[in-house]
Design a protein around this ligand. Sequence first.
Ligand SMILES: *[C@@H]1O[C@H](CO)[C@@H](O)[C@H](O)[C@H]1NC(C)=O
Ligand SMILES: *[C@@H]1O[C@H](CO)[C@@H](O)[C@H](O)[C@H]1NC(C)=O
Ligand SMILES: *[C@@H]1O[C@H](CO)[C@@H](O)[C@H](O)[C@H]1NC(C)=O
Length: 312
Amino acid sequence: MASKRTIAVWMSVFLWIGLVDAAKKCPPGRAKSFLMGFMGHTGSTATMSMLHKHSHLDVAWPLVEPMMNHNATTGCLWTRMFFEEPRTTIPGFKLRPHKVIDDKEPWTKLIDDYEVRFIRMIRENLFKAGIGLYSVRVLEDKAAVQGLMKGEEDHCQVHPESCYFDVESVKLLASLMHTIHEGNESVENLAREMNWSCVLDITYEEFQKNGEKLMKRVENFLGIPYEGHRPDFQKALSDNPCEVVLNYQDICGYFYDCPLFRPFVEDEDAGCVCVNKKGKHDPVLCDHELLKEAIRQDPDEDLKTIGDTRTN
Ligand SMILES: *[C@@H]1O[C@H](CO)[C@@H](O)[C@H](O)[C@H]1NC(C)=O
Ligand SMILES: *[C@@H]1O[C@H](CO)[C@@H](O)[C@H](O)[C@H]1NC(C)=O
Ligand SMILES: *[C@@H]1O[C@H](CO)[C@@H](O)[C@H](O)[C@H]1NC(C)=O
């Protein structure tokens, strides 16, 4: 047993060294500029709200998405102008992957010219993210988009129907989870395909668990001192899926046997466990292409609530 454990320890040491080695080290000193790649509903606005307060940073407004009205081509020109503004602070903002990937050439040059450091923000838990998006899309609750602002802390008392609800369409929930997964992959591609000065990985889960620790990592990555700012937004929904989804026991069995979803369906720390794990397995839910086809053929599904993956 001991030797097995020793091997496991060494394996993870080597793996860790391998990973550290693979990541490009930041040049010493302060960053010249940065961008954060994100897809909807990953806590990126809350993270930006902390960075925005940092005296060494100049975060473009609006925090939610300064590139909203640009495509990759016009956005690159705008970014160059923004980066060029005379300042002593470090400019940066967050953007969606296709705002770069759709026109790589000028961006390659810009990333080179301004030695742009890249922060990759993803959300690991597909199930919780899916539930949050479900409340946004189906129940039209906007609070879960970016979280709650000061003064809105009683949101769930005032609107219990958008904080605790039945998931009535498993197809929609599955479709949202696939969308989030694909968003994660496109942020991953953006990190890999461009020649960033260096890359930092952060997750929503980390932000939620210990925002201060995450901020320290980001500040360290950008080469700026820690200032201890707090986010403007709080998570809108409970973190326990069994609390939010009233019919959790009805729906968990649909997802448990999908390899992509299984790791996220239960939250054992919160005591949220699926009783009938295999009861309702449906391979269509596991495969985004099959699912899209099934939704197209099902007149009961409300297509407009699924929307465009690029805006979420
Ligand atoms: C962006 O829009 C401009 C002008 O509206 C157009 O010329 C350009 O081709 C577009 N770029 C992309 C990548 O769609
Ligand atoms: C997101 O992408 C990363 C890197 O490819 C992967 O390790 C992780 O499992 C993905 N997570 C989700 C929820 O898709
Ligand atoms: C990537 O960026 C580095 C530093 O900015 C530069 O020296 C190198 O030539 C670039 N590599 C490619 C393939 O563009």
